[in-house]
Design a protein around this ligand. Structure first.
Ligand code: ASP
Length: 430
């Protein structure tokens, strides 16, 4: 069989495995047999990412508008909105609790000696502040102030998705309250735009194996495996907690709330999770997530286009968990006692910042800096975790996207939608 006939997720998986092998062979100098292949990987990876990012703004706007307009009256909208927010808050909280228990049990930061020596501080404080400023580090109030943008075009162009989502929600809501002659034209226009975006997504996804290969090979060659040594305990804590959420919490919710086989669901959305892993961006993955949830899992367009664009920005279980573990790890490394009250503040801030930050690579670092300053921990502590942040970013983004997709299925089921992956597990099949 030609490799192009293999299912997309197999193609992506093979690309991933190859990328890890090639990335390790290339190493930090970027050379393979004397040729600078890293530049080539970066070029191809960037092209693929650009193509996905190009779709984000029109996709978010058109899908939320038709999603909200399609729901119709305020009662339905209130119900669906309530369920969506309820699911997002519940899963993020569950994830944070898992992270908190893991970090308090394993205590990866408790070591003898100064944290700089033991963990190898990788960035100077000045450099760090500059990096964070680039990513729009702010306090938490500023993040939520931008929820109502003064200029919606600027919000779209500067990646402030919360503002864009808020505007689109209003637009869709009032679309159903204007005269029919206008409403129909408006609805058709946005629906058409949405359909076109999904077709372009199809096209972009044909290049996913290539894009994934390039992105992952370049990350592996730059990061290598040496950096993991001193941070192994931290790395392990995050991975164990993420794995618990991914393999236990979400499947249990899928099974008991959605009556859906977790295995079949994960198989249906695997291209989205693999894309999330490779791009480390929930927003860039959004087109793929929507396509998988609608086409493979069978969720209606109405639910998909409301729940998923919101989820890509608002629902980040992996991010919330990571923030909590990272802040506690930094406190442990500096030997700072965290009282129960302070840990509670960390939990609340992890939840709020995971809602407020964008679905882009390394967004957690911004959120962590906000939490560190709020609870009075040294900002330079972020330097401790930088070496492993990228790989953990890939993993937490996959968990973020997995949770969004589970939410879409559970909410669709609760709305009585038919034809979604049926539960074939004997215990509840009766
Ligand atoms: N990269 C993550 C996402 O896009 C956010 C983060 O945790 O940094 O979902």
């Amino acid at each position: 069989m030609s490799p192009l006939k293999l299912k997309l997720h197999w193609q992506i998986l093979i690309a991933l495995a190859l990328a890890i092998a090639v990335g390790l062979a290339v190493g930090r100098d970027g050379l393979l047999l004397g040729v600078n292949v890293d530049a080539g990987f970066d070029f191809i990876g960037e092209l693929f990412l650009n193509a996905l990012k190009m779709l984000i703004v029109p996709l978010i706007v058109s899908s939320i508008i038709i999603g909200v307009a399609g729901i119709g009256d305020s009662e339905n909208l209130g119900r669906l909105g309530g369920k969506t927010i309820g699911y997002y808050a519940l899963t993020s909280m569950l994830a944070i609790v898992v992270g908190l228990v893991a970090v308090n049990t394993i205590q990866p930061g408790v070591v003898d000696g100064s944290p700089q020596e033991v963990f190898g501080l990788h960035a100077s404080t000045a450099e760090l502040e500059r990096d964070l400023a680039d990513k729009g580090a702010d306090d938490i109030v500023a993040i939520f102030l931008r929820m109502i943008p003064t200029n919606v075009v600027q919000a779209a162009s500067s990646g402030q998705m919360l503002g864009l989502i808020f505007f689109s929600l209003l637009y869709g809501f009032f679309l159903t309250r204007i005269a029919n002659q206008y409403a129909e034209a408006q609805y058709n226009f946005w629906n058409g735009m949405f359909e076109i975006m999904m077709r372009i997504t199809d096209l972009v996804m044909r290049f996913a194996p290539l894009g994934v290969f390039a992105l992952v090979a370049s990350t592996v060659s730059a990061t290598g495996l040496a950096a993991f040594g001193p941070l192994a305990a931290f790395f392990f804590t995050v991975v164990a907690a993420l794995a618990f959420h991914f393999f236990f919490t979400l499947p249990l919710l899928l099974y008991y709330l959605g009556d859906v086989s977790p295995l079949r669901h994960y198989r249906a959305v695997s291209p989205a999770m693999l894309t999330a892993f490779s791009t480390a961006s929930s927003s860039a993955t959004l087109p793929v997530t929507m396509e998988c949830v609608e086409k493979n899992a069978g969720v209606s367009n109405k639910t998909t286009s409301f729940v998923l664009p919101l989820g890509a920005t608002v629902n980040m279980d992996g991010t919330a968990l990571y923030e909590c573990v990272a802040v506690m790890f930094i406190a442990q490394a500096y030997g700072i006692e965290m009282t129960l009250a302070t840990q509670f503040i960390v939990v609340v801030l992890a939840l709020l910042t995971s809602i407020g930050v964008a679905g882009i690579p390394a967004a957690s670092l911004v959120a962590i800096s906000i939490i560190l300053s709020a609870v009075g921990l040294p900002l330079e502590g972020i330097g401790l975790i930088l070496a492993v942040d990228r790989i953990l970013d890939m993993m937490r983004t996959a968990v973020n996207v997995a949770s969004d997709s589970c939410g879409a299925v559970i909410i669709a089921k609760s709305e009585g939608e038919e034809g979604i992956l049926e539960n074939d597990m004997p215990a509840r099949a009766a």
